[in-house]
Ligand binder design. Structure first.
Ligand code: PLP
Length: 386
């Protein structure tokens, strides 16, 4: 039996050792408040500035466009509510049916406050219906909030094309890039994205830190009110260890992204192809041509995803049966339902999400164990004709 095999990196990631080394002094030695007048606290300001530069380096933007937040959920809330508050004359919000709840729940709640919400659909492969978007976007559209890449299937959306439409209609474009940053190269300077959310714990930084990128000139009302931190754009004493760690994690991601992506994709494809070959009645969910290199979402007909997870767990293999936030509920994932995945297949879906720490040995072990698990569960399933 191997040690824990962690294939749930879209839920959260291990903090990189290099990141932890950078963070440690900020708990018991360099613990000053960057807003203090004394040198002890004041010296922290330069560390935050450095972290801001490191994040901007990964995103290809200006450091002043970075606002540190507590994570993806806060960044999404700030972007959506802040953009609407700053642009009160428009009332339509366009989003997609497959967003994370940090976007979808906020938008649906705004429907109770006089906004019109349009949720753009996806096809069977999880690709956004660009025709529907073109039909819906107009001069009443305040905000388009559409994710960069889907957390469950890894499908990447056509961000450049969407952003051009928002420019033509003078609408603000926010993208939840929590799953994309660190996994695929981005360059915000060359894009028309107005706002972008990132979460530290998805790219080997600690939990509880993230950023909202806000393009210079984008009107945004602050969401968190209080002190003058982050140039008055986000109140609250800075999470200095988290910010320093996020900076380092972004620097590492920028260094690793090209060479690591090929290796991770090779491992993901090896796993996926072996499963498709050895297990009948299974399918890959998502756009196989345009996906995050680390994500495989596979549906196994006639069996429950939860049962597969429990049996994988007995072999020390961690995976997920949907997004981290929705697993635990018996409802099949809203993403797979939006894609029209048949109910029987959606119920038996498993997401494997790899990281730069995933190894070929772990993939080979999983390839050996998974078919045994699937066969065993199908023998027990009342839905399989015997
Ligand atoms: N957006 C997406 C696409 C996510 O996958 C997640 C987390 O799973 C979030 C937002 C929320 O981020 P956080 O956990 O940092 O609040």
């Amino acid at each position: 039996m191997m040690d824990t095999i962690y294939f749930d990196n879209n839920a959260t990631t291990k903090v990189a050792e290099e990141v932890l080394d950078q963070i440690r002094p900020f708990y018991c030695e360099l613990y000053g408040n960057p807003s203090s007048m004394h040198t002890f606290g004041g010296q922290i300001g330069s560390k935050i500035r450095h972290a801001r530069e490191q994040v901007a380096g990964l995103l290809g933007c200006d450091p002043v466009e970075i606002i540190f937040t507590s994570g993806g959920t806060e960044s999404d809330n700030t972007a959506i509510k802040g953009a609407l508050a700053a642009n009160p004359n428009r009332t339509k919000i366009i989003t997609s049916r497959v967003e994370h709840p940090a976007v979808l729940t906020v938008c649906r709640d705004l429907e109770n406050h006089g906004f019109t919400i349009v949720e753009i659909g996806v096809d069977n492969n999880g690709r956004l219906d660009m025709g529907q978007l073109a039909d819906q976007i107009d001069e009443t559209t305040a905000l388009v909030t559409i994710m960069y890449a889907n957390n469950e299937t890894g499908t990447i959306f056509p961000i450049d094309e969407i952003s051009k439409m928002t420019v033509e209609n003078d609408a603000i474009f926010h993208t939840d890039a929590v799953q994309a940053v660190g996994k695929i190269p981005l360059n915000l300077e060359q894009s028309h994205v107005d706002m972008l959310s990132l979460s530290g714990h998805k790219l080997h930084a600690p939990k509880g830190v993230g950023i909202l990128y806000v393009r210079k000139g984008t009107r945004l009302s602050p969401f968190m009110l209080g002190g003058h931190q982050e140039a008055g754009r986000r109140a609250g004493t800075e999470n200095v260890p988290g910010i320093v760690g996020l900076g380092k994690a972004c620097e590492l991601a920028a260094e690793n992204i090209e060479q690591e992506n090929d290796r991770i994709k090779y491992l993901r494809d090896k796993l996926e192809n072996a499963i498709l070959k050895s297990c009948p009645d299974c399918r890959v969910n998502g756009d196989r041509e345009n996906r995050l290199p680390n994500t495989a979402n596979i549906s196994f007909e006639y069996i429950e995803g939860e049962s597969i997870l429990l049996m994988l767990d007995q072999f020390g293999i961690c995976a997920s049966s949907g997004s981290a936030c929705t697993s635990g509920s018996l409802e099949p994932s809203h993403v797979l339902r939006a894609m029209g995945v048949p109910f029987t297949a959606a119920h038996g879906s498993i997401r494997f999400s790899l990281s730069r720490y995933s190894t070929e040995k772990e993939i080979d072990y999983t390839i050996e164990k998974l078919p045994q698990i699937i066969n065993r569960l199908r023998e027990l399933s009342p839905f399989v004709k015997k």
